[in-house]
Design a protein around this ligand. Structure first.
Ligand SMILES: C[S@@+](CC[C@H](N)C(=O)[O-])C[C@H]1O[C@@H](n2cnc3c(N)ncnc32)[C@H](O)[C@@H]1O
Length: 320
């Protein structure tokens, strides 16, 4: 098994001290790395343990038995968001994907001299990610940790991606504060959460599913008809999740402001007309009425696939 050779990017989840051979130099706690994946997780609350158990049954987004690196790259490249993200991240960046699940996005981004670390609460998901990285010859590394007490070094990463995760934590606003500290000053945060408006069509589908057992008009389920593991992962994630919150652009702007993060833009854009060429460039999409109307329009454009949007920010030099 590959060891985690960049221990300087890890930290003690209890006291944030540095680790040497997975022993905290400050509080002396010793950690282990079964199967080459450091276990940097502390005992947690019942709601988080519920989420962990939930994803252990069907790791998300799941792996297809026919997956290859070419297939994974082709699938990711069909997503405009993944393409823009790949284009915006420098070729030698240190990238952290928090809540990476089975690791597909990180594996797609781990090209050239980029260093990609994937972290998640769910060991079964990380084991699938580790095996796929080994099978595809991709040099990504994985850590088991809770992003609210992360076993990762603060101020260390050029880019921190956390997509589809915070809205499954008991207190997403507090969880964001912990995520923000992991980016270096000047580093970029990409935060994907369910949008309060764009999620409405899915809530309707979910209500029908709970009444009838039928998930109507779900394009993702249709597309995954021949991939049982990925279909099951989507069905559970979208229709049976025990912990879900929804957020607006204004809310994320508030979280950013509270944590010394400058808001750069959203994806999709909260401006009418046109998507960005550069996902990390500042946008003028801060006029509240236009942002509100855009989010209402996302019911049509994002509603079919769960209603996830991303907000991008840059950690200020003087941030806490
Ligand atoms: C919906 S999946 C998203 C996976 C991946 N980001 C994607 O977009 O395909 C949510 C992931 O977040 C992880 N997760 C939930 N709460 C977490 C926490 N407190 N710390 C770390 N990971 C967490 C889950 O284990 C799960 O793998």
């Amino acid at each position: 098994m590959p060891s985690f050779e960049r221990e300087d990017l890890l930290a003690c989840p209890r006291c944030a001290g540095p680790l040497r051979a997975l022993r905290c130099e400050a509080c002396q706690l010793q950690y282990q790395a079964p199967g080459g994946i450091p276990d940097l997780r502390l005992p947690s609350d019942a709601r988080t343990e519920g989420v962990r158990a939930f994803y252990a049954r069907a790791p998300f987004p799941g792996v297809s038995p026919r997956d290859s690196l070419a297939a994974l790259r082709a699938r990711a490249a069909r997503s405009p968001f993944a393409r823009l993200l790949d284009a915006a991240i420098p070729g030698d960046a240190q990238v952290l994907e928090l809540g990476c699940g089975t690791g597909q996005l990180g594996l797609f981004l781990a090209t050239g001299d980029r260093l990609v670390v994937g972290a998640d609460l769910s060991r079964p998901a990380l084991e699938l990610a580790r095996d796929a990285a080994a099978q595809f010859g991709v040099g990504a590394r994985f850590v088991e940790t809770d992003l609210r007490a992360p076993g990762l070094r603060r101020d260390a990463f050029d880019v921190v991606i956390c997509s589809g995760v915070l809205h499954h934590t008991p207190d997403p606003r507090a969880a964001f504060a912990s995520v923000a500290r992991l980016a270096r000053p000047g580093g970029v945060l990409v935060i994907g959460v369910y949008n309060a408006f764009a999620r409405l069509p899915q809530l309707l589908r979910r209500a029908v599913f709970r009444l009838t057992g039928i998930a109507p008009f779900d394009p993702v389920l249709r597309e995954r008809a021949a991939e049982p593991a990925r279909r099951e992962a989507w069905l559970r994630d979208q229709y049976l999740h025990p912990e879900e919150h929804r957020h607006t652009v204004a809310e994320l702007q508030t979280w950013f402001g509270e944590n010394g993060v400058e808001y750069l833009r959203c994806f999709p854009s909260a401006l009418f007309g046109g998507e960005p060429d550069d996902l990390f460039a500042r946008s003028a999409d801060t006029w509240a009425p236009e942002s509100l109307l855009s989010q209402l329009s996302w019911m049509g454009t994002l509603g079919g696939e769960g209603g996830l949007f991303a907000a991008v920010g840059m950690r200020r030099d003087e941030s806490p």
